[in-house]
Design a protein around this ligand. Structure first.
Ligand SMILES: Nc1ncnc2c1ncn2[C@@H]1O[C@H](COP(=O)(O)OP(=O)(O)O)[C@@H](O)[C@H]1O
Ligand SMILES: [Mg+2]
Length: 472
């Protein structure tokens, strides 16, 4: 059967101009996610298959349904306008030019991989403007999240003037400013040459990652001191009094004042000593803090949260940065706050005062940040690991391989606009396969993530293999 005859053997009907059903005798049935061209008597439209019926028997037909994405103009370009109902339209797999037209119609231009959109393949492109909301990147460990996040970040840095802050628990983005050989001069200009500033706990010649206690809001300071407003009622209350009389006091100032005080003040002093806060390396002292660097106009800042000796230090410096971004929200500097392994900072069940406060801040940014230009891009392994009030505020989904049915169910509930049948494919994704849905793509897009322009950071440790020659 020629392609022509096969195309004629497919017919679609839409009674509302928004969804359609189709039947086809094509030798290769359409798959969920495929983009199709629908030609009716009076209308040409582009649609996407969202569900398919039982597979055909030998020589049989297959059915399915889909959504109408756009009308197609005389010039073959998709136009986002209402489509009238149609009967008996022919159905064909969309050619690459139509996929590209679809991307153009929404201004999607950032190349991030390869989109297999049906009968044709083309470069998968994202709409930078679609990052003006919160994005959730999810997939099991080893599915390629961090790599994909790197690809997205590179393209965002290349194509936009967004301020980007990366909270990086595993030192995976410490080489985001180092281009691989062969990168274009344009890429080198935008990504290299100091555009990306990497702050790290220690090391000669490195930009240090630091925080400033003195300028934090008192309640954030109290959280850093692990004070609970209810369980430590008296101490907490006294802390607020002391700190009010000690503007811009460092932890060392505070400890000095407390040493001469009454029982409650001495308890506070003991708390600082017991927590070992004197020895924390994270204090800025006469260095700039991370928050100050970000505010001073640094475009892309990577905070390598590893390498501190006290696990409270990375949480505290993250808190300082988030407090500062929130405190200056009225300046409306468009900012993408990226958190890899997001459950470490906004856990579903945070533990300890600092993590609770960090989570509260992220919940607040999730709920109210958009109007101030503060947008989140959060990556984690399971939706249930991050705070539900953060997840429910995400509008963009990037899904990599994920096995758990319960997790996919949860995603289907939060991201109701993603065809369930597309979500159900996720357990079968291979490394680097990703489903994107939301404001950053013209339609839910299944793609293979492209290559990184810069180096990956701390890669997995390889399993050392036995030397077979030596062991016989
Ligand atoms: N698209 C890709 N192309 C090539 N290698 C990849 C790709 N995605 C991931 N990898 C490799 O697979 C491994 C796991 O990827 P990673 O991004 O660290 O997964 P995750 O963050 O989901 O645990 C890494 O060694 C990474 O280099
Ligand atoms: Mg990772």
């Amino acid at each position: 059967m020629s392609a022509e005859v096969r195309a004629r053997a497919s017919e679609a009907t839409s009674l509302d101009g928004r969804t359609f059903t189709y039947g086809t005798a094509r030798a290769i049935p359409y798959r969920v996610g495929d983009v199709v061209l629908l030609r009716g008597a009076d209308v040409t439209a582009v649609g996407q298959v969202t569900a398919t019926g039982a597979p055909p028997g030998r020589g049989g037909t297959s059915q399915g349904e889909g959504v109408v994405l756009a009308a197609v103009g005389q010039d073959g370009e998709p136009v986002r306008q209402p489509v009238p109902p149609f009967l008996d339209a022919t159905v064909e797999g969309a050619p690459a030019a139509l996929l590209e037209g679809l991307q153009r119609s929404v201004g999607a231009s950032l190349p991030v991989g390869l989109w297999h959109g049906g009968d044709a393949e083309t470069v998968a492109r994202l709409r930078a403007a679609g990052f003006n909301r919160h994005t959730f990147l999810c997939g099991q460990s080893g599915s390629g999240k961090t790599y994909a996040l790197g690809v997205l970040l590179e393209q965002l840095v290349l194509a936009t003037d967004l301020r980007v802050v990366v909270l990086d628990p595993n030192a995976d983005f410490v080489r985001l400013g180092e281009l691989r050989p062969g990168a274009s001069a344009g890429a080198a200009g935008r990504l290299g040459g100091g555009a990306v500033r990497v702050l790290r706990s220690q090391g000669a010649g490195r930009d240090p990652l630091r925080m400033r206690f003195a300028t934090m809001p008192p309640r954030a300071q109290a959280a850093v001191l692990q004070l609970d407003p209810v369980a430590d009622r008296a101490e907490y209350h006294r802390f607020l009094q002391v700190i009010a009389s000690l503007p811009a006091g460092t932890v060392a100032h505070l400890a000095a004042v407390l040493g001469d005080g009454d029982a409650e003040e001495r308890a506070l002093g003991q708390r600082i000593e017991n927590l070992g806060m004197h020895e924390w390396q994270v204090w800025a002292r006469d260095l700039p803090s991370a928050a100050e660097l970000i505010r001073s106009g640094q475009r892309v800042t990577v905070l390598d949260l590893g390498g501190f000796s006290d696990p409270l230090e990375p949480l505290a410096v993250s808190l300082d940065v988030l407090e500062d971004l929130w405190a200056h929200r009225a300046e409306r500097v468009p900012t993408l706050i990226v958190v890899d392994e997001a459950h470490t900072l906004c856990a579903a069940q945070p533990s300890g005062a600092v993590q609770e406060r960090v989570t509260e801040r992220i919940v607040q940014i999730a709920a109210e940040g958009r109007k101030f230009g503060l947008w989140l891009l959060l990556s984690t392994q399971r939706p249930s690991k991050i705070h539900p009030q953060v997840l429910s505020q995400c509008d963009n989904l990037a899904l990599m391989r994920m096995n758990s049915r319960a997790d996919l169910e949860e995603l289907a509930t939060v991201f109701g606009f993603v065809p369930r049948a597309m979500l159900r494919q996720s357990p079968h994704f291979t490394l680097g396969e990703m489903l994107l849905a939301g404001a950053f793509v013209p339609a839910p897009t299944l793609l293979r993530v492209g290559s990184r322009l810069t180096f990956e950071g701390g890669s997995d440790v390889g399993v050392p293999l036995a030397d077979l020659a030596r062991h016989g």
